[in-house]
Design a protein around this ligand. Sequence first.
Ligand code: XMP
Length: 320
Amino acid sequence: MLKEITVQELDTDQFIAEKVREIQEAVGDGTAINALSGGVDSSVVTMLGHRALGNRLRTVFVENGIMREGEAERIERIFRDLGVPIEVVDARDEFFAALKGITDPEEKREAITQTFYRQVFGRIVRESGAKYLLQGTILTDVDETVAGIKRQHNVFEQLGIDPQEAFGYAILEPLIQLRKDGVRKVGKALGLPEEIFQRIPFPGPALAARIIGEVTPERVETVRKATAVVERLLAGTGAFQYLAVLHEDRVTGIRDGRREFGQQIEVRCWDSVDARRATPTRLPFDLLERLAQEILAEVPGVVSVTYNIATKPPSTIEAI
Ligand code: XMP
């Protein structure tokens, strides 16, 4: 059983010192790789890893084709400013090939997991001779996977999967006893900029977690554009997380006086402390109207915009 460290009992200096020591002990004089997605969790692990290993840690950002607009460039710049060099690996074709034709949510998650861990990181680790992959799994990821709610892309051991056997390397998870609020506190203490440690959560399976039905480059582009509008307009709300979902069903719309059998975007905006329970934010109606207007104007093919008003549970935060 993993012992939770609550945000109240978390002593960041002590936590950082302990994790740095654990990483150093595990890796010895070898090298490690770390998977940075630009989310809060992987950003905190990147800083911890660099404190522990310096340039014996290679930080890789996988451009999987399902990230948000301008993400690779933004993350590369932020970490360069912090003195942490990032390697961007283009794996877009591999991810889209693996996702082709898949519509079942858990199969989609599994395709992403396999492409990420077996194919892409398997190759990088083999070529580099690294023994470890550092990643930002947190306690909530483990809970939901073990409970069979969602197979979080980054949980193995608790499902009886040995990464060494399955992928050829071991995984270190320094944040596994924390919840999101604790991770933010550690991120702040590590000197990450606020735009990172206060960033809204973003799931490992990226925009694929927000596409109902097949994940194709075109459909990702649609949800990516809608996501950009949602993040721009809801940034000041103080909500825990906000996102756009692309639905599979089409509905009849009308554009320029003509019938358009168009796509539907659902906006979700959540109030939550730690993602275990969440309620929809009571957004002012004029803000909802602006969201609809801008999504309809900026995202081609969309004729319907809805706002989710269900709580988690029984909803989940992401759509798949
Ligand atoms: P759900 O959708 O399960 O999400 O209510 C709870 C929180 O976790 C994020 N999330 C993930 N994070 N890997 C992650 O690292 C995943 O596979 C994953 N799926 C969901 C989600 O964005 C929310 O903050």
